[in-house]
Design a binder for this molecule. Structure first.
Ligand code: 5GP
Ligand code: MN
Length: 326
């Protein structure tokens, strides 16, 4: 895996004027928090910075300081000295962002996905970091950057959301070091946590109620799954971002090794979201068989076919891995 140093990345950014910062579609807290932290820092250096995300800032992240800076890709392509892709394991997860880049002097890729293809001219990939936000904390510390409360809040949100509030594997001493520095830089932990975890729309509860009713347990109770059809989405009026975290309820059950969420998409495909509690069941590898990727214990894919077809194929593959643990 090609590996640039923080110094090389900082030097490339310092000599640039026009910079684009982008992250993956269907963004999560790590994608948006990292994008905003980097954007705010680069702007403080006097750079002209554009922040794009294919899906913009979904409503559940409008508490992030500076969130209005993130826009969707423009229709007329523009040239940038440097394009920075954050938290994005493969180029196509940027959506149409790169189609809106007329020319990129240099592509920088900073990420923590083990499946990252190091597609940048300068790539910094650290799969031992549980969030891209943690890598950026380490970057800022290495470069001696003093963090504003706004930058620190975005990074804390990135790390907190991607670690399930500092619980998931990958959460390590460096994570708490980073969190400690962020709090010292002015994060209001209670206020931010309230916005992140205690301000869910009612719609989400309706979806959760439905999911708990419909959840299926298979593979001797080791596999929990839930399928969301387009008809149900319409009936409940749920938004794509309401799905976030529903899978955690399935995973939390005793005996469940893997939880899978299937979401029917309009174009004859299904979005699969998979979680594992056992490192011997590597959902990144399983999703890879279907053209997706992610992390060993949290991964996803978009698979062609009907809900029933994809469900059968994918659950079969996961159960096979569960049964073949040794
Ligand atoms: P989630 O299930 O929360 O959408 O995603 C879990 C992890 O898998 C994230 O790190 C995400 O980037 C990755 N992931 C989700 N969907 C896809 C996909 O379609 N392709 C790839 N390569 N990674 C995905
Ligand atoms: Mn991430």
């Amino acid at each position: 895996m090609s590996r640039a140093t923080f110094a090389e990345i900082a030097a490339a950014l310092e000599s640039a004027q026009e910079i684009l910062v982008a992250s993956h579609l269907r963004p999560d807290g790590d994608a948006l928090g990292s994008t905003l932290a980097f954007t705010l820092w680069l702007r403080s250096l006097g750079k002209r910075v554009t922040a794009w995300n294919q899906d913009g800032v979904t409503r559940n992240f409008r508490y992030l300081p500076g969130h209005e800076l993130i826009t969707t890709p423009e229709s007329t392509p523009r040239a940038f000295d440097v394009v920075v892709a954050l938290d994005t394991s493969v180029k196509n997860r940027l959506g149409t962002v790169l189609e809106s880049v007329a020319a990129a002097g240099l592509l920088i890729n900073i990420d923590h996905h083990v499946s990252n293809e190091a597609f940048g001219d300068l790539s910094y990939i650290d799969p031992s970091a549980p969030a891209t936000g943690q890598i950026l904390c380490e970057f800022f510390q290495d470069r001696g950057v003093a963090l504003t409360p706004e930058i620190a809040t975005n990074l804390f949100a990135a790390v907190s959301t991607d670690t399930g509030s500092f619980q998931y594997s990958g959460t390590n001493a460096r994570t708490f070091d980073a969190a400690s520095r962020l709090v010292a830089a002015g994060v209001n932990v209670a206020e931010l946590s309230g916005a992140m975890y205690e301000s869910q729309p009612r719609r989400r509860l309706d979806l959760l109620r439905h999911a708990l009713n419909e959840a299926k347990f298979s593979c001797d109770g080791h596999l929990a799954s839930f399928s969301l059809s387009l008809a149900t989405v319409e009936q409940l009026g749920v938004h794509p971002e309401d799905n976030e975290g529903i899978i955690d309820h399935l995973r939390s059950v005793e005996g469940v090794v893997s939880a899978v969420f299937f979401e029917e998409l309009p174009e004859g495909r299904v979005r699969v979201s998979a979680r594992s509690k056992d490192p011997r069941v590597d959902v990144c590898e399983i999703c890879g068989q279907f053209g997706g990727g992610g992390h060993p214990l949290a991964a996803g894919a978009r698979i062609k076919g009907s809900l029933a077809e994809v469900e059968e194929k994918f659950l079969g593959a996961v159960c096979h891995e569960i049964r073949n643990r040794n």
